[in-house]
Design a protein around this ligand. Structure first.
Ligand code: C5P
Length: 237
């Protein structure tokens, strides 16, 4: 039986992945899976348990034992860690930096990738992260690599944090975003890298609507290549 597509959106922090993946999933009537939130949950759990980010064995055990769920409602998407709503707690600048360290651990990655494959294998999903098109679903029918200049990405992250009431400094936010990307790109396991068959989009001077239109066009073509017609399931009228 034909299944709906798997869509992968990878790229560095602040390139617009979260916003676009939510919008794209909504437009296609697909499920959105924020894989960064999953790594953030592990970092939060590790920090609460005082686990040293260099202690790979304990991190691996943690990665295999916690329960991560996405709760979707009209009020948006919430992330639950062992039943607790941690949507806000996982987004602090401290947890962002810790996540980059924790996500470099192979055992953590293996546990998360297994979960992500289980969540997405039936198709009809948009997954956003760093290694979706290269490692998690190398066979994904539509892959995007979303980038933007470091300055612009830092500015977006700064505004996001300010809007949530965090007391942050612009220059420091830009340098934290750069540090996180450098670590994500240089790590040994599943580094941030563009899949050869991904469509690269630079969102620096594009509006969200413009990027979304490009993505929808690519997905429409891939769906019709996979044998779906415009009126089949998936897309909302
Ligand atoms: O996307 P987000 O900024 O929430 O990701 C937080 C961190 O999680 C990234 O900086 C990266 O270290 C890690 N991550 C990852 N692989 C993914 C998604 C996120 O290593 N697929």
């Amino acid at each position: 039986m034909r299944r709906e597509l798997i869509v992968a959106i990878d790229g560095p922090s602040g390139a617009g992945k979260s916003t676009l993946s939510k919008l794209l999933a909504r437009a296609l009537n697909y499920t959105n899976i924020d894989t960064g939130a999953m790594y953030r949950c592990i970092a939060l759990a590790a920090s609460r348990r005082d686990i040293d980010p260099a202690d790979e064995e304990s991190l691996g055990r943690l990665g295999r034992s916690v329960r991560i769920e996405f709760l979707r409602s009209n009020g948006g998407e919430r992330v639950l860690l062992d039943g607790e709503d941690v949507s806000a707690a996982i987004r602090t600048p401290e947890i962002s930096l810790l996540t980059s360290r924790v996500s470099a651990c192979l055992a953590v990655r293996e546990a998360m990738v297994e979960l992500q494959r289980r969540m997405g294998e039936k198709g009809g999903v948009v997954l956003e992260g760093r290694d979706i098109g290269t490692v998690v679903f190398p066979g994904a029918e539509a892959k995007f690599f979303l980038v933007a200049s470091a300055k612009e990405r830092g500015r977006r992250r700064y505004e996001e944090l300010c809007a949530k009431g965090h007391d942050v400094d612009l220059a420091q936010t830009v340098s934290e975003v750069e540090a996180r990307d450098a670590a994500d790109s240089a790590r040994e396991h599943a580094p941030l890298v563009q899949a050869p068959d991904a469509v690269a989009i630079d969102s620096t001077v594009m509006t969200i609507d413009e990027v979304l239109a490009v993505m929808l066009e690519v997905v429409r073509k891939r769906r019709s290549r996979a044998g779906f017609s415009e009126n089949d399931g998936g897309e909302r009228p």
